[in-house]
Design a protein around this ligand. Sequence first.
Ligand code: A3P
Length: 311
Amino acid sequence: RSPPQLREVAGIPLQATTVDNWSQIQNFEAKPNDLLICTYPKSGDYGTRGEQDLGLLSQHGLLTSGTTWIQEIVDMIEQNGDVEKCQRAIIQHRHPFIEWARPPQPSGVEKAKAMPSPRTLRTHLPIQLLPPSFWENNCKFLYVARNAKDCMVSYYHFQRMNQMLPDPGTWEEYFESFTNGKVGWGSWFDHVKGWWEMKDRYQILFLFYEAIKKDPKHEIQKVMRFMGKNLDETVLDKIVQETSFEKMKENPMTNRSTVSKSILDQSISPFMRKGTVGDWKNHFTVAQNERFDKIYRKKMEGTSINFCMEL
Ligand code: A3P
């Protein structure tokens, strides 16, 4: 694999191309009716490949991916549950990822500028690195958090199969990198804590992966209301169905099956891998689990956030 190109901004490892474009990103002009989908990542792109691959990745939103599930939910709500319209929207423009930069492709900032309002945009940035205009314009933020242990497992397998990401090393090595925040977009702990602490000061709908898994209709309804939409029961039920793991695993627009094996090697691990809560139990040793719980308590001390670790 090509060596990872990560550089730090204020101690947070980011893609080198993002750092090169940092002033454009920081000067991004948010609009009051922007909706920003925010997540801690389980994805990124660190290497460069051919134009064709970049075009393909861009088309499928992979270069800007993360949060495939919530994107699909938001898309389906925006398109009133119309699957075809939703697929067309995906091809035309996936919600731009504001810190994405890979010249000569248009950057995320440029893509966002070219979009009609109201815009739905995405980011993996922690609060301290968010372009200030999002706060100044009191935009709406949709944050999705996933419990740290499953997130670590998912990120590990994603780095194994994504040939554009640094090799994660062994599980033991990855455990260290993740807990020390030495992965793209930095520490899970700081990211989640930061956004959680902002949630009562700004218009933030804070969602949990585990809650969506447990009661998708209820959580999708929250998203719908937050987006100012009012869809009827039949449409809601359809969105629940279409955004289920099983459906998305079969859908070429979401399972990335059309992306070249030289980028995503799904024989190593499928892009739509398991989609469950509690897979960490198949990875963490008892000793790792005890150690992680200790680290977790220390790093999350003082926050009121509570994660469900199994369903
Ligand atoms: P696993 O690796 O645990 O299976 P991202 O989209 O941010 O890269 O996150 C990918 C994770 O979300 C993967 O987790 C993937 O299976 C899961 N996921 C994607 N769509 C899902 C869905 N509809 N339901 C449940 N999990 C989903």
